[in-house]
Each structure stands twice: as C-alpha cells, then as structure tokens.
Design a protein around this ligand. Sequence first.
Ligand code: FAD
Ligand code: MLT
Ligand code: ZN
Length: 474
Amino acid sequence: MSFDTSSWLAQARALIGPAHVLSADNGDDLTPYTRDWRGKFQGPALAVLRPGSTAEVQALVRLAARTGVALVPQGGNTGLCGASVPMAGGLQAVLQLGRLKRIREIDPENNTATVEAGCILQTLQEQAGAVGRLFPLSLGAEGSCQIGGNIATNAGGVQVLRYGNMRELVLGLEVVLPDGEILDLLRGLRKDNTGYDLKQLFIGAEGTLGIITAATVKLFSAPSAEVVAFAGVASIAQAVRLLGAMRGHLGDRFTAFELISGPAVALVRRYFPETPALLSGDWPWYVLMEAADGGSDETLREAVQAALMACLEDECLEDVTLAGNLAQGQTLWSLRENITHAQQMDGSNIKHDVSLPISRIPAFVEQMLPRLQQAFPGARPIVYGHLGDGNLHFNLSAPEGVEAGTWQAQTEAVNQVLHDVVVAMRGSISAEHGIGQLKRHEMAMYKTPAELALMRRIKQALDPQGLMNPGKVL
Ligand code: FAD
Ligand code: MLT
Ligand code: ZN
C-alpha cells in the first residue's frame, strides 16, 4: 500500500496544530532543519514537527509508530556529526523540540533545575544565575544549543575539568519512549540505588532510544570570583606538567584548562583581526586557564598569581598573562571560542574529537604531527581542545590551494591514520561530539564485537521498529 503523505500531514496537524507542522507542499522551507550548520549533511523529510508539550510529543511518537514514520529529534542543530538531520531514504520527519522550552522549576535549596528539552543552554545559565546558582555546562554554541541536545550528545565543553560532562550533571529525565509511553524519571536525587540507572541509557544516545522532553539537572553555587590566565608553553609535555602543577596549587578552584596551538591562534587572528596580541613572544602552544571560587577577586587573583609564579620557577610554563578584569577575561575566551568559526571560514577541514589518558597525550601528538605531515603533505594541523579532560580537537585544514572536494575525499584516509593510533593507545574516537552519521562506520572498526552486540540488543529492545533517528550511531 502506498503511503498517503497528505493524510499523514493532516493527522499531524490535527495533533499539534497546523502552524506547527512545516512541509514542502505547504511552501515551507525545510532546509534549516534538514541540513546541518556546516552544510555537510542533508536529507529529506516529510515534515518538520514542532510540538509544544510532552503530551504532543507523545501523540506524534504514537502516530509515527502506527504509520512507520521515523523521527529525527532535533535541538539547536549545532551538532558536529550529522546526528540531528535526516539521512537519505525512508519515511522520516524532523521532531524539532524548540517550543518545549519552559523552565519548570528552579530549586535553590536542592541545587537543581527542572527544565524542558528545548530550553536554550544560555537561558538556563542565565536563569540559574538570577538566583545565585551556576549551571556549569559551557560551550561555544551555548546561545543556540538546547538542553535536550546537550543531554542526547552528552556534551562536554570548557568546564568539564571541574564539573564533569552532561552525564554527571543530569539527575533525572523525562523521556517519550519509541512506543509512546512516557518514562518519568524526573527525580532530583543525588543518591538513588533502586536498580539500573535508566536515565544513563538516553544520555549520549543521540536520540536513537527515545525523545527527551525534560530533565532535572544539578546546579552549583555561583562563583563570586573568576580569574583567567593565558600562558605560552614550549611543548605539550610542558602543558601537561603545568596542568598537574596548577591543579596541585588550586585544587577545586581550577575550572578550565584549554590547549591552543600556535597555528590555531594565528588562524583566529587572520579571521578575527581585532584579537589582540596576548604575550610578547610567540610560542608553539598556548594554554587558557580559569579559576573560580566563592571568595573575593583579589584573594583568588593572589592565589593564581602565586601558583603561576611557582610554575614559572619550576619551568612548567614560559610566559603568562592574567586578565585584569572580566572584559579581558572575555577577550581571552573569545579567542578560544572563535577557533571553530575561524576554521569554518578558512575552508575545508577534517575535524577530530579524540580523547586519551592525559599522560599519553604528549607522546600521541609528537608522533601524530610528523606522521600526518608525511602522509598528507601540506595539510595544516589546527590542534586545540580540552587538555584538562584529555580531549583534543586534532583538526586538519586542507593544504593551501587544495580544493574542498579533493580534501574531503581524504577524510577516511586521514581518520584512519589518526584513529588507529588513538585506539591503539586506548583512547576514544569521539570524546564529546558523538557518532551521528559521521563516524557510524568507524564504530565497527573500533568498538569490540561484544560492545556492539550489547548496544544492538538495547536498541532492539527499546526501538524494535527502528524509528528513532535511524542510521545514527549504530
Ligand atoms: P542537535 O545538534 O540538534 O542534536 C544533537 C543530537 O541530539 C542529535 O542526535 C539529535 O537527534 C539529538 N537530540 C536533540 N534533542 C533531542 C531530544 N530532545 N531528545 C532526544 N534526542 C535529541 N560540543 C561539545 O560537546 N563541546 C563543545 O565544546 C562544543 N563546542 C561547540 C562550539 C560550536 C561553535 C559549535 C557550533 C558546536 C559545538 N559543540 C560542542 C557541538 C554541539 O553544540 C553539541 O553537541 C550540543 O550538545 C548539541 O546540542 P543541540 O541542541 O544543537 O543538538
Ligand atoms: C570546541 O571545543 O571548540 C568544540 O568542541 C567545537 C569544535 O571542535 O569545533
Ligand atoms: Zn570541544
């Protein structure tokens, strides 16, 4: 029997209102929802569905299950591995969660917020800040990514060193399962040993096991003092020594430790010429550090200064500058956050998101740089990332003059050179961005058969029709 698209769209419109079902036959442009922001992935969709409540999500999931239409959950569509847009083939609709954006409750005594999936990350940060609390997840896309997307990708960002990634920040979830049942796990408990921790199944599952509609997340006391420093180091090994030393000096006050290579700084300067020179000399590597606590700026500043002086004496860094105020700290952070945009403006690049035990990172980088130069002459490594978490974005920009298509055709070869070594050193090929469609085939190369078989059994048990974000992860 052929599929009756008009009848299906009419049913969807009856469930959530005509204004919230976008379709091509209605003259709507679906491209912003069917293509990822980098323009690397695009697929067809019957419609873009924009439910406004958990009940509406449930109704749509039931319609999809009854009619065999796959659903592609989508938050801010800021992801980096093509997980939030449809793949070619099959009947599918994008389930856009942006209207489900209420903050249901902030409980300052319990240090929790209960928030709907479509809430923009920055909105939650601001609302928590308004009652003296901190929601610590922080990343370059925070003005447009959504909490549901952050949970589905187990997002990391620049404060993981102190607060952990999204998995550590979620206490409870509300999920619409593939058969339409609502799983209410919205508990704000820090201790709960009643069997399997079911919420963890959906965190990092990239929408393949169900639709997250709300979450209860941890809040922390908002710091009253913050100090940002920028250091030049001669090698990655020195940066790793600096990390250990600063942690030793500052303990829990140490919140961020980001590595930026010299070429990454130069790239940002090229596309964001307002970026000031930060140190008097040039160094092969730089480190952006942040410390925060509940005391005064002055006291924290003195502690950071003393720690940095000790590090200079111990030859853990070559040169350093401290931001004098919030604005200067922001300038330093802008340099870090603009790397993604500068690399995008610069043209074609092959992105990586690897993690390794921190102690192995110097050896990894030392062997990787010459190996890649030899295999791909002229390729320009743009290396940066969350060194404090053992997570590097080891990206390779196209050699000057090489056309985008030609360079992208090298993706598999580049990935293999890099990922073979990462996995041999017991690292991961995706630290924080996820698998999506980009790295799905690499799962078979780098996960063990036992891991893959167990993942497939979980997928089959929850989503036997295969309608939740098909073609992603597995
Ligand atoms: P989307 O991209 O819309 O979706 C991502 C995945 O989540 C998809 O699989 C989608 O199907 C699924 N999904 C979305 N909502 C739901 C839901 N409600 N229920 C079930 N599944 C759902 N990531 C990091 O981890 N660390 C960084 O430092 C970082 N920095 C970035 C900087 C920039 C400038 C940009 C553009 C991106 C960055 N990212 C980073 C990647 C991206 O922002 C994160 O992966 C983010 O968590 C995705 O959120 P989103 O709402 O945009 O999700
Ligand atoms: C980052 O750390 O800046 C992000 O993960 C984004 C990226 O790698 O482009
Ligand atoms: Zn990152």
